[in-house]
Write a protein that binds this ligand. Structure first.
Ligand SMILES: [Fe+2]
Length: 366
């Protein structure tokens, strides 16, 4: 895909609004970053000169698209309203959840979904309801697990039950006091033992719902580890059901990429690299499927590097998806790079991606 500078009509900027896209002058010098506040002074200066933005010459993607943000919020709101004051889960609540599972599977089916982690992330501290974080996490894990499972060949009813298990995997956390769940410091032994009850609590809450025993097992086993170091039963290897193994990887990835009271979120590339090094903790086949399905930086994604340079992903090595070949577009002085220059992150190990964005001009989905 080629990018060109396209002239914008005069007077399209309004003072008090945010810039809708990155804006450049005719030489390709960055004038204003997307999201920056347009003050009256900036508006007045820009109306006196020609302003350009980057446009793709053609729609680049036939089948890559980000997970719909609106749908994502609908799903979280629906799941929260079904479960937020739950004690024992009822068959009725499961039926309502199955409708939401259809939404998730329909959204990701037959599409190469790109999880735009930055836009899906929310400031969890802004929610007054203490359990909202649990439901945001559950939905993230459900989406990530469904993508992994699809990579492993799950489909039809089997895929739906996997997604149901993923949405419900942490339901037992409703029983854990807020002060323990969000404690900003180290937990006491007693507090750890309370948190470690949540897979069993979740299993107990689902007993009367007539869901398949396999789903109860999934909820119970999602903190078991391939090496045998997990809980509550210390199972290992294939003694852990495959659904719980799939959810475990997604669970850890989502926890690492979210802000916690005691640490900041890791960037996606860092979280994925950590998971790739935790060979003993997870089934390597599941990790491979997760890595493939995550589609962290699909070709043509616009990425910001730690050097301040902005580029577009030109190729992704299958074995190291966090280290793509990047075509440089904006240099570290904010200047548009008009001749083809590439940075190979496999070779340039001090470079890394700090942000992947999803502006319309480079993620034009079908
Ligand atoms: Fe959990």
């Amino acid at each position: 895909m080629n990018l060109v500078l396209e002239k914008l009509p005069q007077g399209f900027l309004m003072a008090g609004n945010q810039a809708p896209m990155d804006l450049f002058d005719a030489r390709g010098l960055l004038l204003l970053t997307r999201g920056q506040l347009v003050t009256e002074w900036i508006r007045e200066r820009l109306t006196r000169s020609e302003v350009y933005t980057l446009k793709s010459e053609k729609k680049p993607f036939a089948n890559i698209k980000p997970f719909s943000k609106d749908l994502y919020w609908d799903i979280i709101g629906s799941i929260w309203s079904i479960y937020h004051d739950a004690e024992l889960i009822t068959p009725e609540q499961i039926s309502q959840t199955m409708v939401i599972i259809e939404w998730i599977i329909k959204e990701i089916n037959d599409k190469c979904i790109y999880i735009d982690t930055n836009s899906l992330r929310v400031n969890l501290a802004s929610f007054k309801e203490h359990d909202y974080c649990t439901f945001v996490h559950s939905v993230n894990v459900a989406i990530l697990s469904t993508l992994s499972a699809r990579e492993l060949g799950y489909k039809g009813q089997r895929l739906k039950y996997l997604t149901l298990g993923a949405i419900l995997h942490d339901i037992g956390k409703i029983k854990v006091p807020y002060e323990i769940l969000n404690k900003p410091g180290p937990l006491s032994k007693h507090e750890v033992s309370i948190i470690r009850q949540h897979p069993l609590e979740g299993e107990a809450m689902l007993r009367n719902t007539k869901v398949l025993p396999r789903i109860l097992t999934t909820v119970r086993q999602h903190h078991e580890r391939w090496s045998g170091s997990g809980y509550p039963d210390g199972l290992s290897g294939s003694g852990i059901c495959l659904e719980a193994q799939i959810i475990a990887v997604a669970d850890v990835y989502d926890a690492l990429t979210a802000d916690r009271p005691y640490r900041k979120a890791l960037p996606p590339y860092h979280a994925l690299e950590m998971i790739l090094t935790m060979e003993k903790e997870f089934n390597p086949v599941v990790v491979r499927a997760f890595r493939k399905s995550l589609n962290l930086y699909p070709k043509d994604t616009l990425v910001t590097l730690n050097t301040g340079e902005i580029g577009m992903v030109a190729a992704v090595p299958t074995s190291f998806p966090t280290r793509p070949l990047v075509r440089l577009l904006i240099d570290c002085n904010g200047k548009y790079v008009d001749r083809e220059t590439y940075i190979d992150l496999m070779c340039e190990l001090t470079y890394f991606i700090i942000e992947a964005s999803s502006g319309n001009y480079y993620l034009a989905g079908p």
